[in-house]
Design a protein around this ligand. Structure first.
Ligand code: C2O
Ligand code: CU
Length: 493
C-alpha cells in the first residue's frame, strides 16, 4: 500500500518537483530526535543486516510502510575502527532485488555494490533476475567485506540498484557508518552524548500515510508532466532528521559535535543555526566527507548537497539555558525552512576542545603531479528511456568503460554542469582545486568524495586512484539524475 496521489506542485522540471503531502503536517520541534541504534556484531568483525519491510509512525498517528535495514529508518549505525576489516552479510527479504553501497568506503570492487551486483529477494530464483541481462551477479544473501583502511569519517550505506536507487532510498534504505581511530579519539572533541549524527532528508506523505513518490504511484506515473517533474529530482515538503519530522533535542550549554549527512534524493540545504531572537550561532566545521580538516573553519551558512557530509562543532554555551537554537535551511520555503531545534536546558561542565590542528595527514596532491587531465560535462540529454541526464554526452551503460586509469595515477578532473549536480566518485577521496576559476570556497576544504557543481561553474578536483583495482563508478548523487543515466564507469587496472 504505497502512496495514493499527492498533488505535484508546478515547478520547472530542471529544479525538481516539490511533492506536497496529502496529510496535515505536525508543528515543528515536537518530536524528540531519534538516535539510530548501533548495530551489534554477531562475531568478531561480523555483522548481519536483514532488509525487510516495516511500518513506522513518522508523522503522529500515521502508519508509514518502509523498506528498511533491520526494521528501522535510518538503518542501524555501524561503528568501526580504521584498519579493522568487517564483513556485513545482507539478507534480502524485500520484494525486489537490492544492491548495497558503502558511500565513502575504500572498498574492493567486489564489495562496492556495483548497480548490477544484486542481492535477490528470498523466495525468488536466480533465473528470475537473469531476465534482466544486465544483472551480472545475483545471490540471495551477500557478504560485503570492508577493509576500512581509511581516514576516520562519517560514511553511509544505501541502496544502489541500477535505475531504481532513488525510490529505494526514498522508501528507507539508508543508514550511517562511522569510522573512528585513536588519533581522532585523542583530540578531545565533544563525544558520547555530545556527538550527534544528523541524517537530514526530505519526504512527502500520501493520504494513506505512505511515502509519496511519482514512480511508486501508477496513477501519478501516467499523468502528463510527472516524468518531467521526476526528471529534476524529487523533493518533499517534510524535513526528517534521523527519521523524525523537524525534531527537537535537549542539550547542555556546552559544545556538541554534529555529524551531518544530507541523505535527501535531490534537496540542497544551506544550514545555519540561530537563536529564537535571531542571533546566529557559528557552525565550526572540523571535517568533510572523508574526515577531519587540517584546521577548523567557522561558517555562518553551510551549503550541503545530496550525499555530502559535514562534521561541525556548535557551542551552546553562548546560549542561555531555556533558549532554543534552530537549525534552519536558507534555501527552504515555508515548512522546508526549518530543519530541527536544540533546546538548551542547563549549564554543565565541558572539557571538550576544538584543537587548532585537527589532522596532518591530508593528501597534498599537486597539479604538477597529475598525469592526466579529464573534462566531464554533467547535462540533460537523451537516454534509451527518453529524456534524462548524461555525463560527457553519454547515459550510463554498464558495459562501457568511460575512464580507464591505472592504480596509483594522479588525475585532475574538470567538471562542469548545466544545473546543480552533486558529483560523487567511488573508492577515492579528492580535493577541490578550484571553483569557477577561483580558489575553492571555505566549505570545499578537506578531503571530499562528493562535490556540489553549481550551474555553469567549472570545478576542478584532484585525486589519486590508489587502493584497489577494478570497476568503480562516478555519478551524480541527485538520486533521480543517477537513475536517469547520470553515471559512468571507472576502471582501475
Ligand atoms: Cu552514495 Cu554511488 O553513491
Ligand atoms: Cu545531477
Amino acid at each position: 500500500g504505497l502512496s495514493t496521489a499527492a498533488a505535484l506542485a508546478r515547478r520547472p522540471s530542471m529544479t525538481g518537483a516539490v511533492l506536497r503531502s496529502a496529510v496535515p503536517l505536525p508543528p515543528p520541534f515536537q518530536a524528540p530526535l531519534p538516535i539510530p541504534a548501533v548495530l551489534e556484531p554477531v562475531g568478531d568483525g561480523r555483522y548481519e543486516i536483514t532488509q525487510r519491510e516495516a511500518v513506522a509512525e513518522i508523522l503522529p498517528g500515521l502508519k508509514t510502510p518502509l523498506w528498511t535495514y533491520e526494521g528501522t529508518f535510518p538503518g542501524p549505525t555501524i561503528e568501526s575502527r580504521r584498519g579493522r576489516p568487517i564483513t556485513v552479510t545482507h539478507r534480502n527479504e524485500l520484494p525486489v532485488p537490492t544492491v548495497v553501497h558503502l558511500h565513502g568506503g575504500r572498498t574492493p570492487a567486489s564489495s562496492d555494490g556495483y548497480p548490477t551486483d544484486l542481492v535477490l529477494p528470498h523466495g525468488h530464483t536466480a533465473s528470475h533476475a537473469m531476465h534482466d541481462p544486465r544483472a551480472v551477479v545475483t545471490t540471495l544473501t551477500r557478504d560485503y567485506t570492508f577493509p576500512l583502511d581509511q581516514r576516520p569519517a562519517l560514511l553511509w550505506y544505501h541502496d544502489h540498484r541500477m535505475d531504481f536507487t532513488a525510490p529505494a532510498i526514498w522508501r528507507g534504505l539508508a543508514g550511517l557508518h562511522v569510522v573512528r581511530d585513536d588519533d581522532e579519539d585523542d583530540l578531545g572533541l565533544p563525544a558520547g552524548d555530545r556527538e550527534l549524527p544528523l541524517m537530514i532528508c526530505d519526504r512527502a506523505f500520501a493520504a494513506d500515510g505512505g511515502l509519496a513518490y511519482p514512480a511508486l504511484d501508477p496513477a501519478l506515473r501516467e499523468r502528463p508532466g510527472v516524468h518531467a517533474a521526476y526528471l529534476g529530482g524529487v523533493l518533499g515538503d517534510v524535513i526528517l532528521v534521523n527519521g523524525a519530522p523537524w525534531p527537537v533535542h535537549e542539550v547542555d550549554a556546552a559544545r556538541y559535535r554534529l555529524r551531518v549527512l544530507n541523505a535527501s534524493n535531490a534537496r540542497h540545504y544551506e544550514l545555519a543555526a540561530v537563536t529564537d531572537d535571531g542571533r546566529p550561532v557559528p557552525l565550526v566545521q572540523i571535517g568533510a566527507d572523508q574526515g577531519l580538516l587540517a584546521a577548523p573553519v567557522p561558517h555562518h551558512r553551510l551549503p550541503i548537497a545530496p550525499a555530502e557530509r559535514y562534521d561541525v562543532v556548535i557551542d551552546f554555551s553562548q546560549v542561555r539555558p531555556g533558549e532554543r537554537v534552530r537549525l534552519i535551511n536558507h534555501l527552504g520555503a515555508d515548512r522546508t525552512r526549518d530543519v530541527m531545534a536544540f533546546h538548551v536546558t542547563r549549564r554543565a561542565p565541558d572539557d571538550s576542545r576544538v584543537p587548532d590542528v585537527l589532522s596532518t595527514d591530508l593528501p597534498t596532491w599537486r597539479r604538477s603531479e597529475a598525469t592526466t587531465v579529464r573534462d566531464f560535462s554533467f547535462r540533460a540529454g537523451h537516454t534509451p528511456h527518453g529524456r534524462g541526464w548524461v555525463i560527457g554526452g553519454l547515459p550510463f551503460d554498464p558495459t562501457r568503460t568511460d575512464v580507464a586509469t591505472t592504480l596509483g595515477a594522479t588525475e585532475v578532473w574538470r567538471l562542469i554542469a548545466d544545473v546543480h549536480h552533486p558529483v560523487h566518485l567511488h573508492l577515492v577521496g579528492f580535493r577541490v582545486l578550484s571553483r569557477g576559476g577561483r580558489p575553492p570556497l571555505p566549505h570545499d576544504a578537506g578531503l571530499k568524495d562528493t562535490v556540489s557543481l553549481r550551474p555553469g561553474e567549472a570545478v576542478e578536483i584532484i585525486t589519486r586512484f590508489d587502493g584497489y583495482r577494478g570497476r568503480y563508478l562516478f555519478h551524480c548523487h541527485n538520486a533521480e539524475h543517477e537513475d536517469m543515466g547520470m553515471m559512468a564507469n571507472l576502471e582501475i587496472t
